[in-house]
Design a protein around this ligand. Structure first.
Ligand code: SF4
Ligand code: SF4
Length: 87
């Protein structure tokens, strides 16, 4: 079960999570950051780093934000997938 980035990341994007991910599987999109679910090793290191509580293990994503589970997966299959975060 990968970790998921949800709505509070939009317009926050401070990238605190990026620095702690041991496998560099957090990518930057236009509106928010996304975790590549095929690369995430479920270590949980990113979750406490997020200042706006946007990151959840897949099974704990709040009901009103369940769409983000699919979004974090689908966004990597699109024409303009998220890239390496810039500073
Ligand atoms: S720490 Fe949270 S708000 Fe900041 S980029 Fe990561 S998911 Fe987005
Ligand atoms: S749970 Fe671990 S591997 Fe997955 S995105 Fe967070 S820090 Fe990276």
């Amino acid at each position: 079960m990968p970790y998921i980035i949800t709505e509070p990341c939009i317009n926050t994007k401070d990238k605190a999570c990026v620095d702690v991910c041991p496998v560099d599987c957090i990518y930057e999109g236009e509106k928010q950051l996304y975790i590549n679910p095929d690369e995430c090793i479920d270590c949980g290191a990113c979750e406490p780093e997020c200042p706006v509580t946007a990151i959840f293990p897949e099974e704990d994503v709040p009901a009103q934000m369940k769409e983000y589970v699919q979004l974090n997966r689908e966004v990597f299959k699109g024409e303009n997938p998220p890239g390496r975060p810039t500073r």
